[in-house]
Design a protein around this ligand. Structure first.
Ligand code: GAP
Length: 532
């Protein structure tokens, strides 16, 4: 079947699919993120045309830290079989020769012959035809541009044919700026794990199977940065390379009944070929019919989904999509994306790839170093295979904000309540005096000074109590503690739940314990008597 027919078919489907009005528009998140100091375009005092780079503000920097900590806990410190490392951003350029990035880390680019503006070809087609081109090859995208006579959206000029554009940022090391000093900013954190595999194997004394995790910056000169931080040019990755004896790739003792029974919306390659919609499937069905080819891969897919759920991303807004053969990265035998239902469509939040022994072998060939693992049992050298769950930190944060965003109407006003997971929220509790007088402020300050030793807290005495509640709700602060006149009599505060505004009264001596239990998930009504 011609790709154009395919595209028309997809087009029809898209038109018939009504946009779900429950999906939060990213514009609202951009507004909130800037207004409340989560994330905003970098150095805006010099204008906003410097696309693809962002700064974190007062709440964003704390939220980011909490997400990172949660990821490290889940994928490293709560386990026995993974360790961490932290590699350089600029490394020996041979790393990127060996990894294949110098040759293959490209996106399709077209240039307008009239105004010379450059576009990412796949994004251009998606915008012009209102279809998804995930999985189409360069040739297929070219065919769509030619057959649909897609022209420059700015000046209606004709496009050049697609050429491939390498996404790695280049810079120079040392005083001379020539080919010999050319280096790259790392486009993924993963390679440093492969180049250090033997080193970390020695110092950690781990045995297969085991993982090395890394969290840090990655840089890609994206042709079309878009959708806020979703596609940026500087971002952070949280990656785990899990090394497995290739003979035991299907022998995963950690794959439990719970993993096998895990159910989620799935879109396989075959379903994409047949233009079908995703449907609910259990992981065990995907293993049984060999759609997910190895049990270790299945295990890491479920673990990745579990972490996303643990930090509060709703399962109903996620699905699992298999990469088609044409879209597989040069290093991957099999990849599954966890996609999220964004206002611009289902798009990749996390990628979980089976990188086989590709990277270790490439680095052995290029560096002539021995990166083999000696298997004591079989008394032989082996090159481990790798399953890689790869998370983009900014995508996770953006998705958390989208998923937590709610609005409520109060009189004529629309108020935002950011119902973000209590454990991840930037600030755990805000302390208010009901009024800035009669010693209420002094007592509130004392309570704040005590709590801030153990919790990230804020003190706010500016404006009406209603305004202060609204500010805390918008920032996603799960608990607000108010010192009122009763507090002066019986040494207690009101303890208000962000999500439903219900309150209990808590003695100040019990505050630490009650706050901790509430943040850990205990119900408000179990922690005290509800008050009006
Ligand atoms: N090591 C494998 C790798 O880098 P990838 O699918 O290119 O695979 C992994 O990237 C994750 O990094 C993606 O799932 C996404 O969350 C994040 N990511 C990739 N490009 C990004 C960009 N331009 N802006 C923000 N996040 C990005």
């Amino acid at each position: 079947m011609s790709f154009v027919k395919d595209a028309n078919k997809m087009n029809e489907k898209k038109v018939n699919e009504k946009i779900d009005d429950k999906i939060v528009d990213v514009a609202k998140i951009v507004d909130l993120a800037k207004r409340r100091g989560f994330i905003f375009p970098t150095s805006e005092i010099y204008g906003s045309s410097f696309a693809g780079f962002f700064d974190y503000g007062n709440y964003g920097a704390l939220l980011k830290r909490n997400v990172e900590d949660s990821w490290i806990k889940f994928f490293v410190t709560r386990r026995e079989d993974t360790v961490m490392m932290d590699g350089a951003i600029i490394t020996n350029p041979n790393v990127w020769r060996a990894s294949g990035h110098e040759q293959s880390f490209n996106d399709p680019l077209v240039e307008c012959k009239k105004c010379h503006k450059r576009f990412r070809a796949d994004a251009l087609v998606e915008g012009a035809l209102k279809i998804s081109v995930d999985g189409l090859s360069k040739e297929q995208i070219q065919e769509l541009i030619s057959n649909h006579k897609i022209v420059c959206p700015d000046c209606k000029g004709e496009f050049t044919i697609i050429k491939m554009f390498n996404l790695m940022f280049k810079t120079h090391v040392g005083t001379a700026e020539d080919d010999k000093s050319l280096v790259y900013m790392r486009p993924e954190t993963a390679q440093l794990i492969f180049t250090n595999f033997k080193q970390i194997l020695l110092t950690s004394r781990k045995k297969l199977p085991f993982g090395i995790a890394q969290l840090g910056k990655a840089f890609r000169n994206e042709i079309a940065p878009r959708n806020f931080v979703f596609r940026s040019r500087e971002f952070s990755q949280m990656e785990l390379e899990y090394f497995i004896n290739p003979k035991k790739i299907d022998d995963c003792p950690l794959l439990s009944k719970d993993h096998l029974d895990y159910e989620i919306d799935v879109l396989t390659e075959e379903m994409q070929d047949k233009n079908q919609n995703h449907k609910k499937m259990k992981i065990k069905e995907l293993i049984k019919n060999k759609t997910i080819k190895t049990r270790w891969h299945a295990y890491w897919i479920v673990e990745s989904l579990r972490w996303l759920e643990e930090i509060g991303i709703k399962k109903d807004n996620m699905r699992l999509r298999q990469h088609t053969k044409t879209e597989l990265s040069h290093y991957s035998l099999e990849t599954w994306d966890i996609e999220y239902n964004y206002s611009w469509g289902w798009k990749e939040l996390v990628g979980i790839a089976n990188r086989t022994d590709f990277d270790l072998k490439q680095h052995m060939n290029f560096s002539k170093s021995d990166l083999n693992y000696f298997d004591e049992e079989a008394k032989e050298k082996i090159v481990p295979h790798v399953i890689e769950p790869s998370f983009g930190l900014e995508r996770v944060i953006l998705t958390l904000l989208i998923d937590a965003y709610t609005e409520k109407k109060e009189k004529d006003e629309t108020k935002v309540v950011l119902k973000i997971n209590k454990k991840i929220a930037a600030v755990a509790a805000a302390v208010f005096p009901l009024m800035k007088k009669d010693g209420l402020d002094k007592k509130a300050k004392e309570i704040f000074d005590g709590l801030k030793q153990d919790f990230v807290c804020e003190y706010d005495e500016a404006g009406s109590i209603g305004k202060r509640y609204a500010r805390a709700d918008e920032a996603g602060t799960p608990v607000t503690l108010t010192v009122d006149y009763e507090s002066l009599k019986n040494d207690s505060v009101t303890f208000r739940n962000r999500d439903d505004t219900r309150q209990i009264r808590v003695k100040t001596k019990d505050l630490r314990d009650v706050l901790q239990r509430f943040l850990n998930g205990e119900k408000l009504e179990k922690l005290g008597k509800l008050v009006k």
